[in-house]
Write a protein that binds this ligand. Sequence first.
Ligand code: BGC
Length: 713
Amino acid sequence: MDNNVFKDIRGIACEGLIEKEAVVEYKKNFSCNKKISRAELSVTAYGVYVARVNGEIVSYPLAPGYDSYPYRIQYQTYDITDKLGDENTVSIVVGRGWCGFYDWNDLIGLLSSSRTMIAKITVFYEDGSIDSICTDSTWSGSLGKTVSSDIFNGEAYNAAMEQFESLPLKTVDLSERNIVSQDGEEICEVEVIKPVSMFITPKGEKVIDFGQNLTGYIEFELDANAGDVIEISHAEVLDKDNNFYTVNYRTAKAKIKYICKEGKQKYKPQLTFFGFRYIRIDKAPNAVCKDNFKAIVVHSDMKRTGFLKSSDLLLNKLFDNIIWGQKGNFLDVPTDCPQRDERKGWTGDAQVFCKTAMYNFDCEKFFVRWLKNVREEQNALGFVPGVVPNDWRKDYCSSAWGDVATVCPWELYLTYGNKELLRQHYPLMKKHVDFITSVTEEQFLWKGGKHFGDWLGLDAPSGSYTGSSDKTLIATAFYAYSVSLLVKAGKALGEDVYEYEQLYRSIKKKFNDTFKEFNTQTECILALHFNLPDSKEATVKKLVELIRNCGNHLQTGFVGTPYLLHALSENGEEELAYELLCREEYPSWLYSVKNGATTIWEYWDGVNDNGEFWSPDMNSFNHYAYGCVADWVYSVALGINAELPGYEKAKITPHPTDRIDELEGTFITRHGVIKSRWYHRNKKVCYEIEVPVPATVVIDNKEYEVQAGRYEF
Ligand code: BGC
């Protein structure tokens, strides 16, 4: 424990096994007979909890959040001073939450399945005395109105229930657990969205459309008779016949069941969340209409820092979808998707998107907390798993996924400039690189092991999810890239990196000796962007050829897509990069936009031109990964870059195109606002640049050294 708050206090839990999705309410009554100067409640649970003091909710949504529970769990402290009276009741309702992902035979699974919770109320009186009310055998436990809850399956609630079965409790020694005070961003209810329509599908289903694919839950308010039942299903899309479609949720039931009490009432689920745009009213009193419902958007509390706008409406919608992709997947940890039976902290997805994420929102605290989990999950060998928290217990490190260990800390340093944090992350970076060196089957290549490859690349052989790029090539390119980042980080920290500089040279040489030609777009892209081939010319030519020959479009998956436009614009093919960015036909970024997307799709044709789905099971409509294209728009099209870490000095290098009339971006750095805008006027390109710090501005290959201020070129 990093803190003494729970020192000598035992947790409480249910005796014996309870139903898998059961929700337990723990209660304690206590009196305060003197004048209170301050009072606080500290609490955490192996599950998800809602804390109430005298009936009022004091906890934030989905507390205590999603951590690698075997290694750490956050607790929260709430100020409850103005909630207390003479006679008080504190209630903590605990559902299985993300802990339910652990196997029941696992230690965490056991703590979770018995709904283990620990709490302490501290009351400071004006006379200087202090009362502590801690979890112990005097607390009571019972089943409650929340009948069941599960992250994937949803929630059932019985508002009419009055009698609650009490449960035998036990106290639990948690002194060996690493219970840490909240160090991540709090999860918040950020926005409320009203339905845009209610309609009956061809199958006769009553469906409400919120007009936006989002992460959170609905709330409804209605007047009903005791015993009326409301049942709701969630979906992201309709099928080609406009019927409600849930197949892509796989086994996640994502349902709500609510039994009404008499009269006016209001309900929202509190121990789970959903990824959805539509709801289907499976059961409800007839009078229920769309005005009874709203959707509440929930994500980690992050300040928006990046804004993109252009003269092109489709591009603007793409920018908006990228923001929604981030909102939907930055729920305590960076997840792949928020809807199906997955919702995991996939390390590759975070690696691909983290730079864009840091332009869009201030996510330093969010990532630093998640990286603590990555560090905890990195085993003695240095292996970083595919998902963190690794509650799936998968035991391999894929290239491009594990490399989040070097990429994310380095991007954090570039964006926010905190050297102390880089120092904290340095061992993670180093261990990752040393791990690759220790496991490879051939020196200076990353050969062997299990890799996802160019996941969902369009050049995948039929029946496979993995693009046809050579896995050893991808892995070795990332090996080189990770070593290069380690060298940069080491130099920034004044470490001796001689050995790693040598290693980098050897990997590069081996790469050139081994891979004489590149056969896919992704192979060319990685080689170019990571600066690997001895001569780049032939590789650029090959990349252009591969794009032209397949019909002027991308074929890349998770690995190649983030660097596709970079590899082109860095090598004199800027116009082709813009051509791909602005392309509207499949496959392209704007294809999904033209097809009504409100978030970023997992697959380039999640829905094809005939309205059919590309796959029943790997087809999320809220996967942020391909939203990584925003990083090219910020850093190349608008040219907003850090010349010194943390934007102490900026470098602004806009690259306009005739394809777009106007492009504008704002990025709020720690030193103030950077703006970059270009537009066409009288056959000329005009630039407006604003910087809060000294900057190098490069316009038409001419360099200008400027001080903080507004400039026009
Ligand atoms: C996830 C991806 C992830 C991948 C790994 C998928 O199921 O949704 O986003 O990176 O598995 O291959």
